[in-house]
Design a protein around this ligand. Sequence first.
Ligand code: DGT
Ligand code: MG
Length: 221
Amino acid sequence: PNRFDGKIEFREVSFQYEDGDLPVLHDISFTVKPGETIAIMGETGCGKTSLINLIPRFYEPTKGEVRIDDIPVQNFRLSDLRKQIGLATQDVLLYSDTIEGNIAYGDSSIDLEEVEKFAKYSAASDFISKMPEGYDTVVGERGVGLSGGQKQRISLARALAVRPSILILDDTTSAVDMETEKQIQEALRHLDFSCTKVIIAQRISTTMMADKILVMQHGRI
Ligand code: DGT
Ligand code: MG
């Protein structure tokens, strides 16, 4: 399909890393309806990142099944599955490239106007426009240094720029202040495309507006 409706379903999913000696996810079942926002909370090490990594199939469940739009994820071609998922990972990776290049990374057909729009959604446009070369500023290993919160916002803009039918944010606003975060939450609610959101966060202020909050402990909901 060109776009997923965005229903996500976990059916009794358990998962263990191949080199691990214990399962890190136990019997996880939940459903997210198309367009809903689900938040995942829980102490460090409880399995949040491991759980979301099963959606784009970075790993396969040891038991159970993950479905999107009622189809098991392993039935999609990997490229078809992944191009519909916008993911901002917990460890932000910026390429040695301009800010524009970093945001448009997922799609070479995105023009500057679009890039600016996604930067606005992610509350990054203000600090970008204050940089000496704006969107042409080179960042990453060989470029100017950015703060943790600035990097997170660029990574969020990149995840949005593919107009994903599923958006996954892993601790993506942990390093931004509360006021900026509020702007981001507000923008996420008014995207100009339909999108199911999976948001991992520590702060209740980030997850408060979700349709559903999963609280995890020791690999269980
Ligand atoms: P966070 O990000 O600190 O809030 O923690 P979570 O909730 O994202 O935890 P997660 O899913 O990274 O880790 C869950 C458990 O799995 C924890 O005991 C560490 C272990 N684990 C994570 N990644 C790997 C891996 O690549 N290999 C192995 N063997 N274990 C891993
Ligand atoms: Mg994590």
